[in-house]
Design a protein around this ligand. Structure first.
Ligand code: HEC
Ligand code: HEC
Ligand code: HEC
Ligand code: HEC
Ligand code: HEC
Length: 447
């Protein structure tokens, strides 16, 4: 194996209660990369890489030749990763509660160029240049020469005239090109899509580890194969990646579509928001079966299957997102005789609904969605890749007759309570959170 590929290994020392041990190798093809710690550990990071401000190119200097890619990227959540007001609210709250201890945890993922050029701290971004403000941009990703740690942004940067990408056979007048296998691998994404609490090892975001150990990871179906195409199930995107570039069968799409339709709509990226809704719909199906007892009790079994995502649903910041079931039983005159998971007048969700998400435990043993307070996992109900989860409802039917049962699997990027609190803290208007239907099913039952 080409050892240059992953660069130097940092002195990551995992100190378990039994003493300090070397991190376990992650994978035979990644045999020198530090894997995320599995249990409570103290992670000692190597000194971060630091370059001169301006060492990374602005996305503006790529636009002249890569206009379609710059366009797609600028509507992605990567472009918004720092300026995103929902991120800013959470980040500043963490900053205040920990006296700034979280700054250099959050910053390297959400503003990697600022962190790598010494413009962060100060925490509020007041020293940032234009390039740093653009979140995770072209030149950060395309000057990555290796990954030394598969969590908490363990990328190794080599900013300069050489742009690293998946091919290596193109020619550009502006920059040199180097082929990089890493850019086609999930580890490239995983080094950010895996967040480990530095004080106690709690897995805050586990998308990469989840993927690595499930069917998709075992079969090598990478993040790029699903998230760098213009839509779910579209595997070919023919065209040119650059003006004067060669025609290619499949050009990597840079919208990095996920579930973020609410944020995208809020900032006017309506097309990208629509793509996000299609992604959410591609992830799951709902199946129903029923029996009605002698006494008129309807036993409704709802199976939710994850058929389209290469990881659990929801994934990522699942302590912020939420997925839940809406069930409604209507009689022949369309009157509701049972309902669960409905949206209330204040745009909150029925608190008794069946929720699929993850929440942490804080130091008082309370459930929390604030990542820096996490001491452990308090609630984890998510649907594994290619797996299913089942909920059974026992519903008393009021009288003999025919009924219709409607069931919907719903998704929100935030809870309305989070947005209410954010609005109070900052006085800024945030639109009410959108609910997206991921899947639905209907059956008729007779008592
Ligand atoms: C190792 C990289 C990494 C670190 C460190 C990190 N994040 Fe993130 N963050 C992510 C990724 C990846 C996502 C996207 C996941 C998703 O879409 O569900 C994300 C999403 C978020 C979001 C949701 C934003 C939105 O608009 O939906 C918030 C809020 C957030 N992070 C806050 C924080 C805070 C606060 C910290 C520090 C305590 C932090 N993050 C540290 C990688 C990181
Ligand atoms: C003067 C035009 C020009 C500019 C400006 C430019 N590029 Fe390129 N770039 C090209 C051409 C042409 C190719 C080759 C495309 C092909 O044939 O596939 C290319 C290819 C690439 C590749 C693909 C490498 C591979 O083969 O996998 C990456 C990555 C890349 N450029 C990044 C950037 C970044 C980042 C910027 C801005 C900092 C930038 N480029 C600015 C013209 C340009
Ligand atoms: C088989 C296709 C597939 C693969 C492989 C895949 N994903 Fe996804 N991903 C999806 C679908 C579909 C969704 C939408 C469902 C959702 O948001 O939960 C999604 C959602 C997401 C989200 C948004 C979560 C949210 O709701 O905030 C993130 C972040 C993400 N994926 C990252 C990754 C990363 C990182 C990898 C690789 C380690 C990966 N995905 C591999 C299909 C895939
Ligand atoms: C989050 C990291 C990330 C960001 C940000 C990013 N890219 Fe990429 N880019 C990738 C990866 C990964 C690939 C390779 C995907 C694959 O082929 O599997 C890629 C592929 C490319 C290619 C080759 C496309 C092809 O299929 O021939 C070009 C050109 C390129 N990127 C330019 C850019 C430019 C310009 C920007 C800024 C607007 C940008 N990238 C932003 C990660 C990124
Ligand atoms: C430098 C760290 C970093 C790298 C590398 C990175 N991501 Fe992300 N990604 C983030 C952060 C941070 C966010 C959340 C931004 C926000 O919402 O504020 C995010 C968000 C996303 C989303 C969520 C979009 C949504 O709609 O919710 C997807 C999908 C995604 N990334 C896929 C990828 C894939 C695929 C790769 C690899 C080709 C990748 N990311 C590489 C840090 C990274």
């Amino acid at each position: 194996m080409d050892t240059r590929f992953f660069g130097l290994i940092s002195a990551v020392i995992l100190c378990l209660s039994a003493g300090c041990v070397a991190p376990a190798p992650v994978d035979t093809k990644q045999d020198t990369v530090a894997a995320p710690p599995a249990a409570a550990v103290a992670v000692e990071e190597s000194a971060p890489q630091l370059f001169e401000p301006g060492a990374f190119d602005s996305p503006r200097s790529c636009r002249g030749c890569h206009s379609a890619i710059v366009d797609a990227w600028s509507k992605s959540m990567h472009a918004a990763a720092w300026e995103d007001k929902w991120y800013q609210d959470d980040y500043m709250l963490g900053h205040r509660e920990t006296d700034g201890a979280t700054d250099m945890l959050c910053g390297p993922c959400h503003a990697p160029i600022a962190a790598r050029t010494g413009l962060l701290p100060p925490a509020d971004g007041s020293a940032f240049d234009d390039t740093s403000r653009r979140g995770i941009s072209c030149d950060f990703c395309h000057t990555v020469k290796g990954v030394e740690q598969l969590y908490n942004m363990g990328h190794i940067s080599e900013p300069g005239p050489v742009k690293k990408g998946p091919r290596g056979d193109g020619r550009s007048l502006y920059h040199e090109i180097e082929s990089s296998e890493l850019h086609t691998q999930a580890e490239f994404c995983g080094a950010c899509h895996m967040v480990v609490h530095p004080a106690n090892g709690v897995h805050i975001i586990d998308t990469y580890e989840d993927w690595r150990t499930n069917d998709y990871g075992q079969q090598g179906i990478t993040c790029q194969k699903c998230h760098m195409t213009p839509g779910p199930g579209i595997s070919q995107n023919p065209g040119r990646s650059a003006l004067m570039g060669a025609r290619r069968d499949n050009v990597a799409f840079h919208g990095f579509t996920g579930g973020g339709s609410y944020m995208q709509d809020a900032v006017g990226h309506t097309e990208q928001a629509q793509m996000s809704r299609e992604f959410l719909k591609a992830a799951a199906v709902v199946e129903l079966s029923d029996t009605v007892g002698e006494d008129g009790t309807l036993e409704l079994t709802v199976d939710v299957r994850n058929v389209g995502a290469g990881h659990k649903i929801p994934t990522g910041t699942t302590y912020i997102r939420k997925m839940w079931l809406q069930v409604e039983v209507l009689d022949q005159s369309n009157t509701s005789v049972f309902s669960s998971g409905q949206i209330l007048a204040n745009n909150h969700v029925d608190p008794d609904a069946t929720f699929f998400r993850l929440l942490f435990l804080d130091d008082k043993g309370q459930l929390t969605g604030k990542s820096w307070r996490a001491q452990g996992i308090g609630y984890d109900r998510r649907i594994p890749a290619n797996g299913k989860d089942t909920e059974v409802y026992r519903i008393p039917l009021p009288a003999k007759g025919d009924y219709t049962v409607n069931t919907r699997l719903m998704y929100r990027s935030f809870s309305q309570a989070t947005l209410d609190a954010m609005q109070q803290r900052s006085d800024q208007e945030v639109p009410p959170v959108e609910s997206v239907e991921m899947a639905s099913a209907q059956i008729d039952v007779t008592y």
